[in-house]
Design a protein around this ligand. Structure first.
Ligand code: 610
Ligand code: MG
Length: 214
């Protein structure tokens, strides 16, 4: 039977990456998606900006919205200090199955908790079910029309504290106009745009970093 793109991405990891070596997993996915078939991973160019923000924030708690195959999950977790935790939400069970295997190949199961379900349902349960107080860093990379409602939901649920950093992918392509307008005009956020390119292409895209001011 025909394989799916996520299955082929997992195959590229298992063939080309070294078990327990997260950076080799990231490299294997980038090489596959650049040379064989495009996929919606944040990619290496925006990934370097992601790395610098993760290193600067040095977060103890991270929330990722939209796991897909686990590329950015592994990329972020590989930079976290010991005992830091990353929770990643994915509602497509087929993608979750692949992402769990990518995360396992990287040897990062202890740092990453992949939760299957919709962000709108899971965000209100974060404190009670996952023992989270607040998130130091949130990476938004799920459906683009969910960025704004989920940000408001995180505020309402008390999951953001003064200094929490939101980092949003694709604010230009495919684009998140309502979210961008909100974080750039709200007095409760200090926003900064990092110009880059859509993964594996020359099309403009970028990341928006927004610090919650409390
Ligand atoms: O559409 C894009 N991303 C959507 C990502 C979606 C991923 O997040 C999950 N999800 C969605 N809402 C969810 C709510 N809760 C949990 N998981 C959820 C989906 O099951 C999928 O795994 C995209 C598109 C392009 N592009 O060039 O077209 C480039 C990119 O970098 C992109 O990120
Ligand atoms: Mg993206």
């Amino acid at each position: 039977t025909q394989s799916t793109r996520p299955q082929r991405i997992l195959g590229a990891v298992q063939q080309n990456a070294t078990r327990g070596d997260p950076r080799s997993v990231v490299r294997a996915i980038d090489q596959y998606c650049r040379n064989q078939e495009w996929a919606m991973n944040v990619g290496d160019e925006k990934g370097c900006i992601l790395d610098s923000v993760v290193s600067e924030v040095n977060p103890a708690t991270v929330l990722e919205l939209g796991t897909y195959c686990g590329y950015s999950t592994v990329r972020i977790a590989s930079l976290l200090p010991p005992h830091a935790k990353l929770i990643t939400l994915e509602f497509n069970p087929e993608f979750a199955v692949i992402a769990r295997q990518v995360i396992a190949w990287a040897g990062l199961e202890d740092k990453i908790q992949l939760v299957e379900g919709a962000s709108g349902d899971l965000i209100p349960k974060m404190k009670e079910q996952f023992g989270v107080e607040t998130f130091d860093l949130v990476f938004l990379d799920h459906w683009k029309d969910r960025y704004l409602p989920d940000t408001k939901l995180m505020e309402e649920c008390g999951l953001l504290r003064k200094g929490s950093v939101l980092l949003a992918d694709n604010v230009i392509c495919p684009g998140t106009p309502e979210y961008l307008e909100f974080v750039r005009s709200s007095p409760r956020y200090e926003s900064q745009y990092f110009k880059s390119h859509l993964e594996y292409t020359k099309v403009e895209d970028g990341l928006e970093k927004s610090v919650f001011l409390g």
